[in-house]
Design a protein. Structure first.
Length: 95
């Protein structure tokens, strides 16, 4: 709210402090894996959960492949392994 007020009054916006809270994503399908990549690439820790262990395995493979492609096209600011290390995938929804 204060940020919108500041922008309206001065024409500038104060930068928001970085948010370092972990992100939990339930569902390791295409969309869940994509969300995990976006948040991990932004520097956030991610817990990707799915009740189906096979979905976790598929998502892990999809994430690794996508990160490799992004790196090939120069679309990552760091190595794919560093981004992937911030993603913890689990079939245990209590983690």
């Amino acid at each position: 709210m204060a940020s919108r007020f500041n922008k309206a009054m001065t024409g500038t916006e104060e930068p928001s402090p970085p948010d370092h809270r972990p992100v939990a994503i339930v569902g390791a399908g295409s969309i869940g894996a994509g969300f995990a990549i976006v948040h991990a690439a932004a520097g956030r820790s991610v817990v990707l959960c799915d009740a189906q262990p096979q979905a976790i395995e598929d998502a892990t493979r999809r994430i690794d492949d996508t990160l490799a492609d992004l790196a090939t096209f120069g679309l990552l600011d760091e190595k794919p392994a560093a981004v992937a290390a911030r993603i913890d995938a689990s079939s245990d929804l209590s983690t």
